[in-house]
Design a protein around this ligand. Structure first.
Ligand SMILES: [Zn+2]
Length: 202
């Protein structure tokens, strides 16, 4: 994933091009504000190392596993944007051990079950950016994005991304997701919500 993402008919979309760019480059939403960037790549400066040491509410932690945990993204690309991280301060997926890989995978699908039940998105983007060149906002600590998607969600993204209400929304979203967390398979028999996009939508 790079910053250079070309979208056909961009000029026909409403809004500020820079704001919409975030839709196509979700990594830019992660700690995009330099004020929240760690001073260095050490564990002491790492938000994913410090978050588990706080309370769930203060750290925006949604679910704690044995080797990995789930936290709200401080700069969500969409409401309910979650990050699945190992507790260990490792940078690359190839550095994660077998226990961490297994639990990151399990927590990722638990996040999908939970989001599907709590907020019913039409689809998901999941994935990891590996290294600053690939767009990782916090490159020093592995994190898997779980981004719920709705048709037309680009329409209100700029509002969500820039409103001061975001911290409150994050707190409310964390509580709803934590209380509704599903650790067992829970998916509609027919994943009816994961529908084909309408023509002209990504
Ligand atoms: Zn860390």
């Amino acid at each position: 994933m790079t910053d250079e993402v070309h979208v056909d008919h961009l000029g026909e979309l409403a809004g500020v091009p820079d704001a919409f760019q975030r839709l196509w480059t979700p990594h830019r939403m992660v700690y995009i504000d330099g004020a929240h960037k760690p001073a260095d790549s050490s564990e002491a400066e790492c938000p994913f190392c410090t978050a588990p040491g706080r309370s769930d509410v203060d750290g925006l932690v949604v679910c704690r596993g044995q080797h990995a945990f789930v936290v709200m993204n401080l700069f969500p690309y969409n409401p309910g944007h979650l990050l699945v991280c190992p507790y260990r301060h490792v940078s690359l997926y190839t550095e994660a051990n077998a226990d961490e890989v297994a639990e990151i995978a399990e927590l990722t699908r638990q996040a999908m079950w939970t989001l599907e039940t709590v907020s019913g998105p039409a689809g998901f983007n999941i994935g990891m950016n590996q290294g600053p060149i690939a767009g990782a906002g916090i490159a020093a600590h592995l994190h898997q994005h779980v981004v719920p998607r709705w048709q037309g969600d680009s329409n209100f993204l700029p509002i969500i991304a820039q409103t001061k209400a975001v911290p409150q929304l994050l707190s409310d979203a964390r509580q709803r997701l934590a209380e509704g967390w599903l650790s067992e398979p829970h998916w509609p028999t027919e994943p009816h919500r994961l529908t084909e996009p309408q023509e002209g939508q990504a």
